[in-house]
Each structure stands twice: as C-alpha cells, then as structure tokens.
Design a protein around this ligand. Structure first.
Ligand SMILES: [Fe+2]
Length: 578
C-alpha cells in the first residue's frame, strides 16, 4: 500500500509512506528556499513522484492534513497559500468579532461564539470540500477523487508522534499547538491501536497562541522564533520575573479536568499584551511566560497520568518544540518513558496523516527523508559551477576522517552528506560542525557565519556511548532528534563550553547511535580519537533566515555568502584559498 500525505500550510510538507514505513518526507522550503514556505507543495510532490518512479494515481490513498484546509485556496508558486481564505467576507467578520470583543472588554460568551463558528464551518463544508477536491484533481491529475481523505489536524499530530516513535502498545498521547481544526490541545489514550480521545481544548484557549503572540510583541517572528523566547527565558530568574508573572500571566490560564481554559480568547491576546507588557523587561517577560507554560503543561500531563495510570507518553504539536518544557516533562517522577516527536510543528503533520491512513505502521529508523547526491553528481556540479578555478577542491576517500582532522585543529567545517534530514534541526547531514571545547568556536560560527541572536546557544551531537560522561539522563531517554535538553555534568561543561546554554548550562544534545547515522558516527569517533571529546558542536547549515540547506546549490550559496572556510560536499572538500 502506497500513501501520499500533503500538508499545504505553514511549512508545507509532503510525506510518502510505503508498506507502513515513511520513505520520503520533504518541505516545500527546500525547493523554493523560503523558510517555512506556505506555497502548495507541488515541487515536493513532483520530487517524490520522480524519485520513486510513480504516477499520482499509483497511490492507494492521498491524505490531506486538516479538515479546515478546504476553506483555503491552493496557490502554487505563491507564498500565501494558507492565509488567504476564498471567502472574502471571512476577514471582515473576524475584524468585527475582534472589535466587539475588544470594546466589550472580553465579555464574550465563548459558547455562543463556538457555536457560531461551528455552524458556519459545517454549513459551508461540503461545498468547499467539493470545490477543493476538484481543484486538487485539476492540479495533480488525480483520476479517482474517492482516494482523497481529509484528516483532522490534531489526529495527525498524535498519530505522527505515536507511530513514528512507537515503543509501547499502551500510552498517552499529548498534542499541543497554536491551533488546528478548532483544537489546540488534546489527550488521547492508545491501547493496541485503539484510540480514545480523552480531552479536547477549544482553539480559543491556546497557550501555544499566547507564546506566539508574546514572540511577536518582543519583536520576533511568530510561528518561527518561539525558540528564541525560550532561549531568552533562561536569562531571567524567578526573583526577577515574579512581578511580571504576577501582573501579566497569573490567572490567565487554568485547567478544567484535562482541558485548558483562558480568561480571554486567543485572538485577544495581542490586545491584552500590548496593554500590559510596557515597562516589563524583555527577559523577564520571556522568563515569566516560559514559567507559565511549564507550570500549566506539567500540571496537565501529571493529571492525565494520574487519572489513567499510564506512564508512557508521546508528544506532538509545535509547543513541544520547546526543549526546556520537554526537559521538565522527562524529569517528572510520574513519567516512565517519554517520546517527543521530532520537528513537531505542522511540518510533521503529513507523517501523521500517512500513518492514519494505513494499518501496519513501522516507526522511524531515522529521519533522513530528503534528497541525496552521488559523487558523480557532485563532480558535475563542481565542474558546472567552475569551483576548481575559485577554490581548492580535493577528493578524499575517507572524508569523515578528513573532516575530523580539521575539526580537531579548530577549523569549522560545513558538512553535506547523504540524504538531508527532514525538519527544522540539523542532525549531521546538513551541518556546520566545530570543536566544542573553547568559546572561540562559538564566536567564530556566530560572527562569521550564522549571525544568530547574541543570547542563543549552540548544541552538540554526542555519541551514545559517551553521553553519560557529559549529560544527565537517568531514564535513558532516546534523544537522536535534538528535541529535548539535559543538565550537564562538570565534564560536559568543560568539553562542550561552546555548545551549551551559557546561562543555565543545559545541553540540547543529539545523542547519536551508530545505526542512526553510521558515517556521522564514524566522523565523531575519529574526532574522539584525536581529541578525547566524544562529541562535536553541530548547528544547522544555513544562513540566518534561510531554511536548512538541502541541495548543493544552496550549500554553495551559504558557503559563498559567509566566512565558511571549508565545505565537505560528499567526498569533495572545498576550501577557500585566502
Ligand atoms: Fe499544529
């Protein structure tokens, strides 16, 4: 059984599943080079078809993420696919709602609004679905429309997390995001593939949305820079942010059983924050917000575990990109095993949709689901781009060893190898690597290549056999995806000075096993033999504001527009000669 699943939204992504296994998964940003591109992922679909020698009609099923998706337009080669509603009245109605809410000081009656929204959705749904499916048929040449299925947004988050990472037959699955299909937080119980929805939070009580709005008010990009707010939060201590928390965030959220509730609806957060945030310092705002998030989500998870007596948990949805929150979750006594979906924003939803549509599901072996290039293709590329005229180009049979040598002598190297990793984080194949035991590496990468915000840390990849030396992981949480953080040991703080959060000394480590990525593993083993350090600094291979690179062309662009000295393109090492 072959299944194609499409998410046409914020970071449009397509997944291909064959015989229960995710074979390919790629985001449109890799093809149009626009970070989190919202264009309909036609290039991603075509790449999958071509790579696997398939026609669109060869799939048994085609999944579309999100029932509300049919209310949006399909825009190819344009980046506002997701935001533009076909019904032009929609925006006007939204504005009227906001005006009423704001002027009545949030005296909104949530049940009334909820019913109006659902009524309008249901009233128009069938007509919109018909229109949308016909448009899909036209664009993709789908012959049999009965193969297309719409799958609920949060089901996609849940199924992706559970089946992608599955280790236990009985578990609780938590989903938490800004919003999708009228929900923002759910708790499911799964037992032998039977799913039971235990609780569903209406999208207007969204703690994820609050986080995004604070991100925006702090001058950063919502739905993208939340991690910067989290990184900033560590610079404020409770004694400093206590006042901010009390004045802005206390009493804003609470739990009713396993559902979140908020004092004001999500779409009013921005007004509320604009009125209340002035004169609170940015780091204290971040600290107070992060504290609120951790407090509420931990309470939510503890309650569910207590209620159901199930201690194995899975998490999905963009809020669980928050590695500090995840760290707190894994440290809970109540939690026995926890599995955090990698890159769990909406780019993960087509994976869940594909699992939803099949029966025998196999978990990930790794998530290198992207594009690869042979050495022949790289040689062609080097020739075409005339690189030998501009740079020193050398072929190395054992490029991993060569890169390890350079790293050991404090050189920074961009590594481009095999298939690119799906998702937002570098897992070694499209990576800028450095020696982690002195701060110069941090400054060199930051000042000369990445231009990241001054408070943001870098992270390491550490070999599994050495992880216990550098970080504290008593439950042996599997962490190959850089989706959670750990406290460091004194040795960790010494050896990973440049790849640690400078304030709280946590490590957002990728703990690497050999079968996850053999070549990368051997690179770090060689590095260890030369330096005695069992890991490297690993940051994503891209310029600030660009997606993680996927193609040699994007790699070269990054190389040429930064002070990177070395680029390892498959087995070719390219060096700028000064
Ligand atoms: Fe989502």
């Amino acid at each position: 059984m072959k299944i194609l699943a499409i998410y046409p939204g914020h970071c449009s992504t397509v997944a291909y599943l064959k015989d229960g296994e995710i074979v390919d998964c790629i985001s449109e940003e890799k093809f149009n080079n626009i970070k989190n591109s919202m264009a309909f992922p036609i290039k991603s679909i075509n790449w999958i078809l071509e790579k696997n020698n398939l026609d669109i009609n060869n799939f048994g099923k085609i999944g579309i993420v999100g029932k509300s998706t049919v209310f949006y337009d399909i825009k190819i080669d344009s980046d506002n696919n997701f935001t533009s509603s076909l019904n032009s009245n929609e925006n006007l109605i939204k504005k009227i709602y906001r005006w009423i809410d704001y002027n009545l000081k949030w005296s909104f009656k949530d049940e009334v609004i909820k019913n109006i929204q659902l009524y309008r959705f249901n009233k128009n749904f069938e007509a919109r679905k018909k229109y949308y499916f016909n448009k899909l048929k036209e664009i993709l040449n789908i012959k049999d429309l009965s193969k297309i299925e719409l799958i609920d947004h949060h089901d996609c988050h849940g199924y992706g997390a559970y089946y992608g990472l599955k280790r236990e037959d009985k578990a609780l699955v938590f989903t938490l995001d800004g919003q999708g299909d009228f929900s923002c937080a759910r708790v499911y119980k799964v037992e032998n593939d039977n799913w039971e929805l235990l609780a569903d939070t209406w999208w207007k009580y969204s703690i994820g949305e609050l986080y995004s709005k604070v991100t925006k008010i702090l001058g950063m990009k919502p739905l993208e820079h939340e991690y910067k707010v989290m990184g900033l939060a560590a610079y404020s201590d409770e004694k400093y942010y206590e006042k901010t928390k009390k004045e802005i965030f206390d009493g804003l959220f609470w739990l009713e059983d396993l559902k979140f509730k908020s004092k004001i609806p999500s779409h009013m957060f921005e007004y509320y924050l604009k009125e209340n945030i002035p004169y609170h310092r940015f780091d204290n705002i971040a600290g107070a917000l992060q504290d609120l998030l951790e407090e509420k989500v931990i309470e939510w998870i503890k309650r569910a575990i207590e209620k159901k007596g199930i201690r194995n948990i899975y998490t999905g949805g963009g809020v669980f990109m928050n590695v500090k929150l995840n760290k707190k979750i894994q440290e809970l006594d109540e939690v026995e095993n926890v599995h955090f979906m990698p890159s769990c924003g909406d780019e993960s939803t087509p994976i869940g949709a594909a699992y939803y549509l099949c029966e025998k599901r196999k978990p990930f072996k790794n998530i290198y689901f992207g594009i690869s290039y042979s050495n022949d293709e790289i040689r062609e590329f080097i020739k075409r781009e005339n690189l030998e005229k501009k740079y020193e180009v050398t072929f190395y049979k054992d490029i991993e060893l060569e890169v390890a040598k350079l790293l050991s002598s404090y050189k920074v190297v961009a590594r481009f190898r095999d298939r690119n990793e799906w998702g937002a984080r570098s897992l070694g194949n499209r990576a800028i690597l450095g020696r982690p035991d002195r701060m110069e590496t941090f400054f060199e990468i930051n000042d000369r290549i990445k231009q990241r915000d001054f408070w943001m840390p870098f992270a390491p990849t550490i070999l599994d056999k050495f992880a216990h030396l550098y970080l504290i992981n008593p439950k042996n949480i599997e962490a190959p995806y850089m989706i959670t953080a750990f406290d460091s040991t004194p040795l960790g703080r010494e050896k990973f000075k440049a790849a640690i959060h400078q304030r709280d000394k946590t490590l957002r480590a990728q703990i690497l096993s050999k079968d996850f990525n053999e070549k990368y593993y051997s690179l770090i083993e060689s590095f260890y033999a030369m330096t005695g350090i069992g890991g490297v600094l690993n940051t994503s291979f891209n310029l600030h504001g660009y997606p993680l690179v996927a193609t040699p062309k994007q790699a070269l662009f990054t190389f040429e527009n930064s002070d990177l000295e070395y680029l390892a393109l498959e087995n070719y090492l390219i060096r700028k000669v000064k």
